[in-house]
Write a protein that binds this ligand. Structure first.
Ligand code: ATP
Length: 284
């Protein structure tokens, strides 16, 4: 696996010849995935989903995983979530090894995971109430995230009264309200139409730039990966290995019109090349 820093202002032709950097931050990385392998066993057959992946995600960075279908992206997120256990290797969050699910990891999935019997406000408040946070403090936090995600006017609505995009806003507000160490997002906008998806990307950009939470985000959408990510991990076809880590050279705050910038296009071309080779490799 190589780490590539695509230079700002490089021509697309030069892109990919960037300087290799260690990718490690001066501070201890928030998330360390060390030599992780995952095998599934079904009806006596072993499927290697992930083959020796190592990733360090520094604190307060937005990390994105892209890769061909079935390469193990969701599996990797499940491992970090503690919903599955690696066959070998280890996952550390701060200094603690992940060995099961916990409130230090906030999750937003593609499928809507709100409690249908609770209002928007109650959904966002749920984790805080479980932690027995005093009502006044709860209210302050919930109001903050309802405002940040544009949900204040809908605080009394039930999930069935909301569109898909609105439900994902609630899921994001709920995850952030719990102040997790890391936010795990698995194709959170994958089920939305393209216009709603764009407006959710804008919202997430704004909310993330205000909160700077460490994020591990899985997507099929390369524009989305570049627009949101500080670093992008490109995976190989199954068994998923790390093919390249790309440090995105685009400054923040970011906006949707940056998709036309030369540096954006250079990163996109690099990722498309990497993925094209994967699909070709896979066919032989
Ligand atoms: N519970 C399971 N039992 C057996 N095999 C599984 C299981 N879950 C996933 N797999 C297999 O492991 C591989 C990786 O699956 P995973 O869902 O992590 O990939 P992905 O990259 O997220 O896929 P996609 O892009 O299509 O969502 C796939 O080949 C999948 O069929």
């Amino acid at each position: 696996m190589s780490v590539v820093q695509l230079q700002r202002e490089t021509s697309p032709a030069e892109a990919g010849i960037g300087t290799a950097t260690s990718g490690a931050s001066a501070t201890e990385p928030r998330l360390r995935i060390k030599d992780v392998r995952l095998e599934y066993s079904t009806r006596g057959k072993n499927v290697v989903a992930i083959d020796n992946i190592s990733i360090d995600v520094p604190d307060n960075q937005f990390a994105v995983i892209v890769g061909p279908s079935g390469c193990g992206k969701s599996s990797l997120l499940y491992l970090v979530a503690g919903l599955a256990e690696p066959t070998s290797g280890e996952i550390l969050l701060g200094n603690e090894e992940v060995d099961g699910p916990g409130p230090d990891r906030g999750m937003v999935f593609q499928s809507y995971t709100l409690f249908p019997w609770l209002t928007v406000r109650e959904n966002v408040e749920f984790g805080l109430k479980r932690r027995r946070m005093p009502a006044k403090q709860r209210e302050e936090i919930v109001n903050r995230y309802l405002n940040e995600t544009g949900l204040a006017a809908f605080h009394d609505a039930y999930p069935k009264q909301l569109s898909g995009g609105m439900m994902q806003r609630v899921a994001i507000a709920r995850a952030l309200a719990n102040d997790p160490k890391i936010l795990l997002m698995d194709e959170p906008f994958g089920a939305l139409d393209s216009q709603t998806r764009n407006s959710m990307q804008k919202l997430l950009l704004r909310v993330w730039e205000e909160n700077r939470k460490t994020v591990l985000f899985v997507t099929h959408d390369i524009d989305e990966a570049i627009l949101l990510g500080d670093r992008i991990y490109v995976m190989t076809a199954r068994p998923g290995r790390l093919k390249e880590e790309i440090i995105v050279p685009i400054p923040r705050p970011r906006s949707m019109d940056m998709v036309m910038d030369a540096e954006f296009i250079a990163v996109k071309r690099r990722i498309l090349d990497l993925l094209k080779n994967e699909i070709k490799d896979d066919e032989h």
